[in-house]
Design a protein around this ligand. Structure first.
Ligand SMILES: *Cc1c(COP(=O)(O)O)cnc(C)c1O
Length: 356
C-alpha cells in the first residue's frame, strides 16, 4: 500500500500532561486523510494534524452523511503497540457506510494507514497501566452541495487522542434510567450504524437523565417500549442465575465489538449465553426473585462498566453500587489482559504494531 507520509516539523507532545489526560481534548501530531472523488477512493495520506477548511455548503453539515469508529491502541512494551480487532472495525465502518449511502473503503487502506499512523505517533501511546491512545476514524460527505441526496465526494480522516484509564479510583457503577418520551432507534432506521446523527439525537434525553441524577439512559425498543436494547454508548449484559443474557442485534442495537468479545469469552468459559429479547419487566422479576446477579455494559471506552441501579417508571433495581461484580471483573481482566498483551491472544484479536 502506497501511503504518502508528511511529518510535522514540530511535535506537540511536550505540551501533554500524561498524568492528567482529559478524554478527547488533545490530539496527536498526525492524522490520516483520504478523499473519495470521481467515483473512487484515492490513496491514504498521513500528514500533520491540522485544521481542515470547508465551504458553508459542505454536505455533511446539512444532511448528516457521516459515520465513525472508536478504538484504542495499547502500550505493550517499547517495541510494540497493540490494536484490537481492526478487521471488525473495518467491517463495521463499511456496514455503517452502506446504510448511510457512503462509499465503502478498502480494508487494506483502512488497516495499513491506521498501523502507519500508530507507528509514527507511537510516543503518544501512554505507558501508564490502563491508559491508551484513542483512535477516531470517520467518514463524511465533503462535497460543496446542498441538494438532499447522497453526495459524490467524501473524506476519511482518522485522528488519535491519548486517554487515561476509564476507572481511575476503582470501578464506579453507573445508574441508568429508561426514558418515557424518547427512543434511540427504530427497526428500519439507522440504529445499527455508527452514524453521527444517532448521537445528535441522544444528547437531549441523556442530559435530562443526568439532571434527574442518572448517568445514562437504558433504551427500550421504540415499538412496544418494553424490551431492553442498549445504553447510551454501550451494549448491556444481565447475569441471571448462571446465564448471561444480552439483547439480540437485529437493526436497532449497535453491534459492539466489545459485546462480541464478551460473548465469545463467556462461551469459552462454559457460560450459557443467550442473545434474545429481554423485557425490562423480566429484569425487575429476576431482581425480585434474587436471580439477577450482575448487570454491566460493554464498550471500547470503559471495556466493562458495572451497573449499580436501573430506574423504570418509579421503581428501582439496585445492584452492588460500590463494586464491580466477580463475573464482570473477570471479563474486564481477561479483555484488558489480551489488549495489553499480558494474556495470550488465542483468538487473533490483537494487531501488534512494531514501532521500532
Ligand atoms: C460504539 C457503540 C457501542 C459499543 O461498541 P464497541 O465496539 O464495543 O465500542 C455501543 N453502543 C453504541 C450506540 C455505540 O455507538
Amino acid at each position: 500500500m502506497n501511503i504518502q507520509i508528511t511529518k510535522t516539523d514540530k511535535s506537540r507532545i511536550s505540551e501533554v500532561d500524561f498524568d492528567n489526560l482529559e478524554f478527547g481534548k488533545m490530539f496527536s501530531d498526525h492524522m490520516i486523510d483520504m478523499e473519495f472523488k470521481d467515483g473512487k477512493w484515492g490513496a491514504p495520506e498521513i500528514k500533520p494534524y491540522e485544521k481542515i477548511s470547508f465551504h458553508p455548503s459542505m454536505h455533511a453539515l446539512h444532511y448528516g452523511q457521516s459515520v465513525f469508529e472508536g478504538m484504542k491502541a495499547y502500550y505493550v512494551d517499547d517495541e510494540t503497540v497493540n490494536l484490537f480487532r481492526l478487521d471488525d472495525h473495518h467491517e463495521r465502518i463499511s456496514n455503517s457506510s452502506r446504510r448511510m449511502c457512503i462509499p465503502e473503503m478498502d480494508k487494506e487502506a483502512f488497516i495499513s494507514s491506521i498501523k502507519e499512523l500508530i507507528k509514527l505517533d507511537h510516543k503518544w501511546v501512554p505507558k501508564t497501566a490502563g491508559h491508551s491512545l484513542y483512535l477516531r476514524p470517520f467518514v463524511f460527505a465533503s462535497q460543496e452541495y446542498i441538494a438532499a441526496r447522497a453526495a459524490s465526494e467524501y473524506r476519511f480522516i482518522a485522528i488519535t487522542s491519548p486517554v487515561a484509564a476509564y476507572y481511575k479510583e476503582g470501578f464506579n457503577p453507573v445508574s441508568l434510567t429508561t426514558s418515557e418520551n424518547f427512543v434511540r432507534a427504530v427497526k428500519g432506521g439507522t440504529g445499527e450504524a455508527k452514524a453521527a446523527g444517532n448521537y445528535g439525537g441522544s444528547f437531549l434525553p441523556a442530559q435530562q437523565a443526568q439532571e434527574a441524577g442518572y448517568t445514562q439512559i437504558i433504551w427500550l425498543d421504540a415499538k412496544e417500549h418494553k424490551y431492553v436494547e442498549e445504553v447510551g454508548t454501550m451494549n448491556i449484559f444481565f447475569l441471571i442465575g448462571d446465564t448471561l443474557v444480552t439483547p439480540k442485534l437485529g437493526g436497532t442495537v449497535l453491534p459492539g465489538i466489545t459485546r462480541r468479545s464478551v460473548i465469545a469469552l463467556a462461551k469459552e468459559w462454559g457460560v450459557n449465553v443467550e442473545e434474545r429479547r429481554i423485557s425490562i419487566d423480566e429484569v425487575f422479576e429476576a431482581d425480585a426473585s434474587g436471580d439477577l446477579k450482575e448487570v454491566f455494559g460493554s464498550g471500547t471506552a470503559a471495556v466493562i462498566s458495572p451497573v449499580g441501579l436501573i430506574h423504570h417508571e418509579g421503581k428501582n433495581v439496585t445492584l452492588d453500587q460500590e463494586n464491580i461484580g466477580p463475573f464482570a471483573k473477570k471479563m474486564y481482566d481477561e479483555i484488558t489482559g489480551i489488549q495489553y498483551g499480558k494474556i495470550e491472544d488465542r483468538h487473533g484479536w490483537t494487531y501488534p504494531v512494531k514501532v521500532k
